[in-house]
Ligand binder design. Sequence first.
Ligand SMILES: NC(=O)c1ccc[n+]([C@@H]2O[C@H](COP(=O)([O-])OP(=O)(O)OC[C@H]3O[C@@H](n4cnc5c(N)ncnc54)[C@H](O)[C@@H]3O)[C@@H](O)[C@H]2O)c1
Length: 378
Amino acid sequence: MKEINVGIVGTKFMGRAHSNAFIDAPYYFDLPAPPVLKAACGRDASSLEAFARRFGWQSVETDWERLVARDDIDLVDICTSNVTHMPIAVAAARSGKHVFCEKPIAMNAAEARHMWEAAEEAGITHMVAFNYRRVPAIMLARQLIEAGKIGEIRHFNAVYYQDWLIDPAFQYVWRHDKQEGGSGAHGDMNAHIVDLARFLVGEVQAVSGAQEIFIKERKSSTGEMLPVTADDATYFLARFQNGALGSFLATRFATGRKNFLRIELFGSRGSLAFNLERLNELEYFSSEDSDTEQGFRTILVTENKHPEIAAWWPPGHIIGWEHTFIHEVKDLLAAIAAQQPAFPDFFDGLRCQQVLDAVVKSAGENRWVDIPDLRRTG
Ligand SMILES: NC(=O)c1ccc[n+]([C@@H]2O[C@H](COP(=O)([O-])OP(=O)(O)OC[C@H]3O[C@@H](n4cnc5c(N)ncnc54)[C@H](O)[C@@H]3O)[C@@H](O)[C@H]2O)c1
């Protein structure tokens, strides 16, 4: 395989972030098969043309079914609202295309399972865009955990705070509609911290949650008041299979907080903490330091020996949020070229979705809910 022809669906926030990643990846990493920005798909022809021109996509389609059917596309990249993920991914897999899909993988676990099974049956490479796994500080955290540096993990506490909905006049968008998003803050933001929990701690066994919609209706672009059906905030407590306890909160009503994702892990021999708004840093406490020197240290994760950093700048020259997408695209393209699986894959998307679904059920029924057990072997 000399090149990998990419077709992207969705041209806004994630469409831009993914386009940037495909463009940058070959400049910084040696790729066995570099990407070609073959076709972009969106519903509005004029903004689609402008998007394609700006990022260098070679052609356009206004219907994703046409894009997925094209013979000159190897990889379909899904950057659309959540209701479209399953039909696009399944159609793409069935026509032999590799699939890269934004999170949350689907509207619910049944859809996610359908996607995983279709992808496995087709033998294609599939990846879910849980880009925070590709933050070097998070990768370092995993290395430290695997090396036993914090011992047995007892707590995983995570908050994901944004505040863009505090204004009641903020216009109704697809993210307020359960029919298009599946859920609100929960699927959008808890999906990320659930994936990080699975990446760093392991599988979740049971959850107990609560959800709220604080502002019940909002004005649409046409001036009509529409009911908000997707959660503004979702909390939950969790038990992990390995005995650790977890707490999770995603809210778009954390006044003053913009994209504040903080995780804290407390173990038998040490602790780790991370905040996405300071993504080059990892806080680490080791109980093996001498009594007089103990304390949290802040590791600036910009040394050449740190994960992914050698491809970038000299120590102390920090990287940013967009680099996480470049790292995941680089790994996805390498996996496709090697005909290997990529991670996190649709199974990871499904396992995350099972946790999200269980939280919704728990909140609705006011009780703890177990997560079904499922292994990769089926
Ligand atoms: N990884 C992350 O950090 C991250 C951040 C934001 C959003 N997301 C996810 O990315 C996805 C897209 O979110 P966004 O913020 O880019 O949304 P957005 O509203 O900015 O863009 C959505 C795009 O999808 C297009 N679209 C919707 N239905 C379509 C269809 N049937 N055919 C063609 N195009 C269609 C829209 O026209 C628009 O271009 C969502 O699943 C979201 O949860 C992930």
